[in-house]
Write a protein that binds this ligand. Sequence first.
Ligand code: AR6
Length: 179
Amino acid sequence: MELTIGSSVLELVQGDVTQQDTEAIVNAANRSLLGGGGVDGAIHRAAGPELLAECRTLGGCETGNAVITRGYRLKAEYVIHTVGPVYRGSNPRTERLLESAYKRSMEVARAKGIRSVAFPSISTGVYGYPLKEAAPVALRTVAKFLREHPEIERVCFVLRSERALRAFEEALGKVDLAE
Ligand code: AR6
């Protein structure tokens, strides 16, 4: 599924974010930036040990923020590491932190002159954010950024499961992208 926003494209696909050939892929990291399970583990395995070595020099990342490293053995030249919130029930603060994780990732990409970015669905694995609640936040935030910053040409959400893809497709149908 694909949507045009100004001169940019927002795309939803089912797949593995580590295999994307966008200029940057986003990692759903934790505050230590020293690796973990889920997408984080897969990205570190695919990128090789040099990624962890660079992450060690960064001194961590706050929830809702994002930092950038090289991509090493990945097809993507860069990895943007962001830390989403742990879900403990629906509340505005948690939602703001998820929004911030997407927004800061886009800002970091833009600051590097990156034109294409692939995202996994942040916080919806180990961190327990329900897909149905997370998908509209993710799509709204990225769509708003693309409208304001057309220099990012393509953003692809790479969803691991069919269930996740469906949740994003449904949200894309409902969310008011002109907001
Ligand atoms: N490509 C795309 N999506 C994936 C992939 C993949 N290769 N693998 C998993 N997913 P999670 P979080 C989906 O748990 O919830 C780590 O230990 C997965 O199905 O990776 O933000 C970190 O170190 C889910 O929908 O990230 C942190 O401690 C989504 O990606 C913590 O987990 C996110 O799941 C972060 O938790």
